[in-house]
Design a protein around this ligand. Structure first.
Ligand SMILES: Nc1ncnc2c1ncn2[C@@H]1O[C@H](COP(=O)(O)OP(=O)(O)OP(=O)(O)O)[C@@H](O)[C@H]1O
Length: 374
């Protein structure tokens, strides 16, 4: 399916129109699972609702297969949607709600029942099927809403925060099952989420949105290793990337990245490679990003002082005063050291992310970002 330069403006004629989605283009392969990820208000739900047909497209085109669908009513688009607000029919049991979605397929009673039972098993809904929406929990309503979408045959499945109400253990189990179900049936799905773990676990590719603008559309690994800009770099990853605004000084075969005259990171030019050195020589200021897992502690480098040292069960989170701010490091083992202890921090040249002062990525380690490679 494709979105071609799709925009959504609410209250277009009002004094202050709301530009919820701006010129978003996406090409989604058949059988692909895509997540729309972003903070609250970034435009992901508006995008999903335009695809479903519940919001009019202000500008642009939406195609499913080769069919332009943006002018069709929802029922004629061939999409099945699970709503964040469940929208189950109160007078019907969960079983009847799910079966209702099969009405247009005109199946016999036995086949309808088989399909409903299959989905109920998948979503652990079996014991609750004969209860009414008002008598089950929010999580059970949400699973019934998801079931009602999945039970149908559709060209595209749209899932709005499909697991937001589920407790963590069940969420993890159902994520795995949902992915397997979509894969086994070769279904194409777009889910909206603000949960990175959910997006990473389920999606082949993630579309990161902010301010109605698509920031990057790529695999989870590419978003992590080669973020297109500082927004994606700091949004993806937990704890977030450390960032420093520095002046690069290139002299005598050495590159020094300085904050207010003080060196934070220093490298032999040969470590960084000609491409990156050339790029740094040409800029008065860049932003460097360092993932917490890439910070090397105690093997030389710049001085830092521990602020907090926390073991969180499977990782150490170490926050240290560094330069004019802090640096957060994560380590796989416990770390001996308490607040006030001195240490050194260093970042291998190939783990450094470099962004222009304006935010767009220039290089990730030795790899220059697209557009920077001459
Ligand atoms: N019906 C509407 N009328 C006016 N403005 C709207 C409407 N729906 C959404 N908006 C605005 O459009 C912007 C994008 O909203 P949208 O719901 O698409 O974002 P979202 O990323 O899905 O947010 P959330 O995760 O909070 O649901 C927001 O500024 C929101 O306030």
């Amino acid at each position: 399916m494709s979105l071609r330069s799709v925009s959504k403006v609410y209250a277009a004629r009002a004094k202050n129109p709301i530009y919820a989605v701006r010129d978003v283009s996406l090409e989604i392969e058949s059988g692909e699972i895509v997540a729309l990820l972003g903070s609250s208000g970034c435009g992901k739900t508006s995008t999903l609702r335009m695809i479903a047909g519940f919001e009019a497209v202000t500008q642009g085109e939406i195609l499913i297969g080769d069919r332009p669908v943006h002018s069709l009513p929802p029922a004629r688009r061939g999409v099945a949607m699970a709503f964040e607000g469940y929208s189950l029919y109160p007078p019907l049991t969960l079983r009847e709600n799910i079966a209702f979605a099969l009405k247009s397929e005109k199946l016999g009673a036995a086949e309808t029942s088989r399909r409903v039972d299959e989905i109920a098993r998948l979503l652990e809904l079996g014991p609750h099927l004969d209860r009414y929406p008002s008598t089950v929990s929010a999580g059970q309503q949400q699973r019934a809403s998801l079931g009602r979408a999945l039970v149908r045959k559709a060209d595209l499945y749209l899932l709005d925060e499909p697991m937001g109400q589920l407790e963590p253990q069940l969420r993890a189990v159902l994520r795995g099952r949902l992915k397997r179900y979509l894969r086994e049936h070769g279904l194409t799905a777009i889910l909206v989420t603000h949960d990175q773990t959910e997006a990473n676990a389920l999606a082949d590719r993630i579309a990161v949105m902010e301010g109605g603008v698509l920031q990057q559309f790529a695999s989870p690994a590419t978003l992590k290793n080669e973020p297109a800009n500082l927004y994606v770099g700091t949004f993806i990853g937990e704890p977030p990337m450390n960032v420093y605004r520095v002046t690069p000084i290139v002299e005598d075969g050495r590159v020094s990245l300085r904050e207010n005259g003080e060196e934070l990171f220093g490298y032999a030019a040969s470590e960084l490679g000609d491409g990156l050195v050339g790029l740094l020589s040409a800029r008065r200021e860049v932003v460097v990003g360092v993932r917490p897992a890439d910070v090397a502690i105690g093997s030389g480098g710049a001085p830092a002082k521990i602020v907090t040292n926390q073991w969180i069960g499977d990782q150490t989170h170490l926050e240290s005063a560094f330069g004019g701010g802090v640096i957060v490091a994560t380590l796989d083992s416990r770390f001996a050291g308490t607040g006030g202890d001195a240490l050194t921090v260093d970042v291998p040249a190939d783990r450094l992310h470099v962004f222009a002062a304006s935010g767009e990525a220039l290089a990730h380690g030795h790899r220059l970002a697209a557009g920077e490679a001459a």
